[in-house]
Ligand binder design. Structure first.
Ligand code: NOJ
Length: 542
């Protein structure tokens, strides 16, 4: 391990910021964001106070799933720029002290990838076994009952060779066969390719999907499915996902990351929609897994003090001894936090994200309080929405352009943006919020700066104080520095009766940015929708 000044690694202290490249900044004027656009805004990210930038896929792709369908894992799609642009981005990021994390998509390729074209060309092709081909069932139908995450069967018939191929997502995204050693070697070389270009880590896409049941058993029905849930939820994907063999592959990936680097210098983040007890297994035996198995539970847990308190307690209690926690409020696949909980609570959510123990991931635009932008049916681009219309799974509304200014198209592009910028762009933009001393952006910046200056908020202990009656309160402590975080999750005023502030304390930050320095005591009054961080002199039974 490479300890930092306060004994933690950069990805433990730091905050990850997710950039969706189509939507961040368009330098070329074609209406779609690009690498030069990202490079031009790295100084903004430095100013904001994040530490690492995770960039969603920018590789060559027919864009059936907007870049998660790759035809060349070692290139840059011309819409996004060139490899030279990428090298320039890394150099500039490192110059500014920012780390770069790439999206690594090992589970599937595009159906136009040369590997798949070879594989489907004949049953005898040397690459046939690089993908998952099966004979039809006895009735001629798919080999088993597995469903695609994006709706419909997960098997597509190839008439020319008389077999089905498996795709966990779109039919344009055939799954690689990770039981084939040649596939593993080829995909580890992809990691090496980008590591040699200087990247600091990877977010591993769809990790739980990587290895499938060797007997391809049918998935059982899901008794907990609720009527309006997506088709994928009809079955429990116990044979198609989270198989024990995924952990072997993760161990090998993590060895590749350690090649030529000190252990822990580079980071692997796993995208894992899994219950906590299964999620934490991805830390691996003796730390052989991913450093950060993404905890996505803040996205799905109801915004309620008791439920959130239970989640945090359960997660903290499940972590292995060296397992470093991680929290995510939103991403390019799920409704934005400001739409899920409303603009007032989005400020409270920001305080929660940036004061919990563990590495936070912040989705671009959430620092402005951007909300989901309605996209009219005729403009829908997301293949998931097209496959499963009308139940609200569409991801376009959360992928709309970043808002830089009050200019046309929010300063995102000089052309015509690929998705609408939204009606709130006159106020909800970087330029306007930079000037406003109590804006959401100012709040994020203050929270990020506080995290940076107070090791108790990064490496300190976590202790629950209260989780009921709209109040979620906890303490963070390290080396004589003690902080109480008290969040009012409701619109009405609340009093934290036993704040544990003992001999008293003072407000360090309110989500309204107007109480700093105020003295507080054993009883802490919170306005509706207010979050407070107080510095304390004693803590309650902690
Ligand atoms: C998860 C990604 O976040 C999502 O956007 C993508 O569609 C699927 N994996 C398939 O790669």
């Amino acid at each position: 391990m490479v300890p930092s000044s306060n004994g933690h690694l950069w990805w433990q202290r730091g905050v990850v910021y997710q950039v969706y490249p189509r939507s961040f900044k368009d330098a070329s004027g074609d209406g779609i964001g690009d690498l030069q656009g990202i490079t031009s805004r790295l100084d903004y990210l430095r100013w904001l106070g994040v530490d690492a930038v995770w960039i969603s896929p920018f590789y060559p792709s027919p864009m059936a799933d907007f870049g998660y369908d790759i035809t060349d894992h070692r290139g840059v799609h011309p819409r996004f720029g060139t490899l030279e642009d990428f090298d320039g981005l890394v150099a500039e990021a490192h110059r500014l002290g920012l780390r770069i994390i790439l999206d690594y998509v090992p589970n599937h390729t595009s159906d136009e990838h040369p590997w798949f074209l070879e594989s489907r060309s004949s049953r005898d092709d040397p690459k046939r076994d690089w993908y998952i081909w099966r004979d039809p069932a006895s009735d001629g139908g798919p080999p088993n009952n597995w469903i695609s995450v994006f709706g419909g069967p997960a098997w597509t018939f190839d008439a020319a060779t008389g077999q089905y191929y498996y795709h966990a997502y779109l039919r344009e995204q055939p799954d690689l066969n990770w039981r084939n050693p040649e596939v593993r070697v080829a995909m580890y070389d992809v990691l090496r390719f980008w590591l040699e270009r200087g990247v600091d880590g990877f977010r591993v896409d769809a990790l739980r999907q990587l290895v499938k049941d060797d007997r391809f058993r049918d998935n059982p029905p899901n008794p907990d499915r609720w009527p309006a849930s997506p088709p994928y939820d009809a079955l429990r994907p116990v044979y198609s996902t989270d198989r024990p063999e995924v952990h072997e592959a993760v161990r090998e990936m993590s060895l590749v990351l350690d090649e030529g680097a000190s252990p822990g210098e580079r980071v692997l983040i796993g995208e894992l929609y899994l219950p906590i007890e299964r999620l934490v297994r991805y830390y691996g035996e003796g730390g052989s897994g991913v450093q950060l198995p993404m905890n996505l539970h803040l996205i799905s847990t109801p915004w309620d003090a008791a439920r959130l308190g239970d989640l945090i307690d359960a997660y903290e209690a499940s972590l292995p001894q060296d397992g470093w926690p991680t929290w995510v409020l939103g991403n390019h696949d799920r409704s934005r936090i400001a739409s899920r909980v409303g603009p007032a609570q989005a400020r409270v959510a920001a305080m929660l994200l940036l004061t919990l123990r563990g590495t936070p991931t912040l989705y671009y635009g959430d620092e402005l309080g951007m909300r989901d932008v309605p996209v009219p049916p005729e403009q829908v681009q997301d293949p998931y929405e097209k496959n499963v219309p009308g139940i609200g799974v569409g991801r376009d509304p959360v992928r709309t352009p970043m808002r830089w200014s009050g200019e046309d198209n929010a300063g995102f592009t000089s052309g015509s943006p690929w998705l609408p910028v939204g009606e709130e762009s006159a106020e909800v933009n970087v330029e306007a919020q930079k000037r406003a001393p109590r804006s959401m952006l100012t709040l994020y910046r203050r929270l990020l700066s506080l995290r940076r200056s107070e090791p108790a908020l990064t490496g300190g202990t976590y202790a629950p104080v209260k989780a009921a009656d709209d109040l979620l309160a906890y303490a963070r402590e390290k080396d004589e520095r003690r902080f109480l975080v008290a969040l009012n999750l409701g619109p009405g005023p609340r009093t934290l009766g036993d704040s544990g502030l003992g001999r008293g304390g003072r407000v360090v930050l309110s989500t309204f940015l107007d109480r700093e320095g105020e003295a507080v005591g054993e009883t802490l009054d919170l306005r509706g929708d207010e979050g407070l961080i107080a510095e304390t002199t004693t803590l309650p039974g902690v």
